[in-house]
Design a protein around this ligand. Structure first.
Ligand SMILES: NC(=O)c1ccc[n+]([C@@H]2O[C@H](COP(=O)([O-])OP(=O)(O)OC[C@H]3O[C@@H](n4cnc5c(N)ncnc54)[C@H](OP(=O)(O)O)[C@@H]3O)[C@@H](O)[C@H]2O)c1
Length: 251
């Protein structure tokens, strides 16, 4: 059987660990050539080596997605290596502050917006021309349940993810005419470095698990299938959708 993403090229941001790494490995296993983008080259190289050991193709492009001048080089290097861009997974995110929004200062909020929101806007826009020419594209934005319900102590992060969900819907509405689909995945709590402060705090972990219908703390692998499905041909008629993957905690 041919692989569902054979001949496709995917950029995955935040691909060095956690959910992004899982998505990158899965897209490669599904046949895509995968461009791995995050800040630290050595960690990305390890993921690339894993992909190559499994017979896949990967390119490492160290990128700080919050810095607009680093977006074009990522796109240019992808096109130089592989000649096309079919799939963009805007997955990298940051949350440097915890606590009530009344104590949040502007530089921290700006940083959250730059990395979590503007990067997805700029990278998707930078891929638009090549996707338009191909009359095909899949944009997958890694949102969060925090973008649908305010997450206590993570107000600015919640705002950035809510805006990312609206960006997804706007791109879906405006770019569908070009053959581009844009969807979001909204995970609940997942065991990664990013959320360690949450799942490492007993009370928070207990409260999170108590809300779920499905038992257990999610691992990155529990999120990967949703992104892979949105990247693949079986979801071609799905756009502007927010796929919640939260073990039922929002029920
Ligand atoms: N874990 C959860 O509970 C949870 C829940 C809902 C949604 N999410 C979302 O899932 C996505 C992935 O998070 P994760 O939990 O997998 O986190 P993670 O394991 O900490 O991974 C974060 C990734 O983002 C990269 N990154 C961070 N800042 C970056 C920047 N400025 N430029 C480029 N890359 C950057 C990191 O690599 P470098 O440090 O090398 O740059 C790393 O590859 C995020 O969008 C997050 O909001 C997570």
């Amino acid at each position: 059987m041919s692989k569902p993403l054979a001949d496709r090229v995917a950029i995955v941001t935040g691909a060095s660990r956690g959910i992004g790494k899982g998505v990158a490995l899965r897209l490669a296993a599904d046949g895509a050539k995968v461009v791995l983008a995050s800040r630290k080259a050595p960690a990305l190289q390890k993921v690339a080596d894993e992909i190559k050991a499994l017979g896949g193709e990967a390119l490492v492009v160290p990128t700080h997605v919050g810095q607009p001048d680093q977006i074009k080089p990522l796109v240019d290097q992808t096109l130089a290596a592989f000649g096309r861009i079919d799939i963009v997974v805007n997955n990298a995110a940051t949350n440097p502050i915890f606590g009530p929004i009344m104590f949040a200062d502007l530089p921290a909020v700006q940083k959250i917006m730059e990395v979590n929101l503007y990067s997805a806007f700029l990278l998707s826009k930078a891929c638009l021309e090549t996707m338009q020419k191909a009359k095909y594209g899949k944009i997958i934005n890694m949102a969060s349940m925090a973008g649908l319900h305010p997450s206590p102590g993570m107000g600015a992060y919640s705002i950035s993810k809510a805006a990312l969900i609206m960006l997804t819907k706007v791109m879906a509405a405006e770019w569908g005419v070009f053959g581009i689909r844009a969807n979001a995945v909204a995970p609940g709590l997942v065991k990664t470095d990013f959320s360690q402060v949450l799942w490492n705090t007993d009370d928070i972990l207990k409260a999170a698990l108590a809300k779920q219908a499905v038992a257990g703390l999610a691992e990155p692998q529990d999120i990967v299938g949703a992104a892979a499905w949105l990247a693949g041909p079986e979801s071609d008629f799905v756009t502007g959708h927010v796929l919640v993957v939260d073990g039922g905690s929002s029920i």
